[in-house]
Write a protein that binds this ligand. Structure first.
Ligand SMILES: [Ca+2]
Ligand SMILES: [Ca+2]
Ligand SMILES: [Ca+2]
Length: 230
């Protein structure tokens, strides 16, 4: 361990930058207090195909709410979507969410951004006093996938500060039995892919966006701007 003592890791862990991020961390910590169903890094990897399939199926939901079929969900369409799903958010909350997920900042939610947004809504909707509700959004299949993603993240976030550091990733990988080393290498590579802003920390949002890439959702629609360069 010693060698790479946290150059980017403050002793208290990562500090959320926005109100929305702070809320996400709180929701994640509530979740962590309950525990995760993931037992090993490998069990996370094994879930990938199922997550892939479920997220692809989400395309129909996206198309349903993209009422003008221009390939993006604008704030108006999103409001309509939230009404339909009985998600009660204030104008401010909706625009915060929209801003957080609209990575191209063109005021249109593309399919991968929409998935991330729905998953964040799912996470934030977790209200400890209402945990028995059967389905939070009326999208049971998708919600099961979101639950898997949240569980995977909780598993990786050992110190429960709401984000995954490189050392946590290493720890998760080292827990994997020696026969499965190859998944460890994949894991490190994936960590680097996930950490967009290269601050040595992966937030839940970065984690989700990475998933939408790995499962190839991006490729379905953007031939021309698949490679956004920094
Ligand atoms: Ca549209
Ligand atoms: Ca952490
Ligand atoms: Ca990061």
């Amino acid at each position: 361990m010693g060698g790479v003592v946290g150059k980017d890791e403050s002793p208290g862990g990562w500090i959320p930058e926005t109100k929305l991020e702070a809320k996400m961390v709180q929701a994640m910590q509530r979740k962590a207090a309950v525990g995760t169903s993931m037992r090993s890094f490998n069990s996370v990897i094994l879930k990938f195909p199922k997550i892939d399939e479920s997220l692809r199926n989400c395309k129909a939901i996206f198309e349903q709410f993209d009422s003008d079929s221009n390939g993006a969900i604008d704030p108006q369409e999103l409001k309509h979507c939230f009404d339909k799903l009985e998600i009660t958010y204030s104008e401010e909350e909706i625009s915060d969410l929209f801003e957080a997920c609209d990575i191209n900042e063109n005021m249109g939610m593309k399919f991968n951004e929409f998935i991330v947004l729905l998953c964040l809504v799912y996470l934030l909707k977790e209200d400890p006093s209402a945990t028995q509700a059967k389905s939070r959004m009326g999208l049971p299949d998708l919600e099961a996938t979101f639950e898997t993603l949240v569980n995977a993240f909780v598993f990786l976030d050992k110190n429960k500060d709401g984000c995954v550091s490189k050392s946590e990733m290493v720890e998760a990988i080292n827990e994997t039995t020696s026969g499965e080393r190859s998944s460890g290498r994949i894991g490190m590579k994936r960590f680097e892919e996930m950490d967009w802003d290269k601050n040595g920390m992966v937030t839940f949002k970065e984690f989700l966006f990475a998933f939408t890439r790995w499962v190839g959702i991006d490729e379905l629609e953007d031939e021309e701007d698949a490679e956004e360069k920094v």
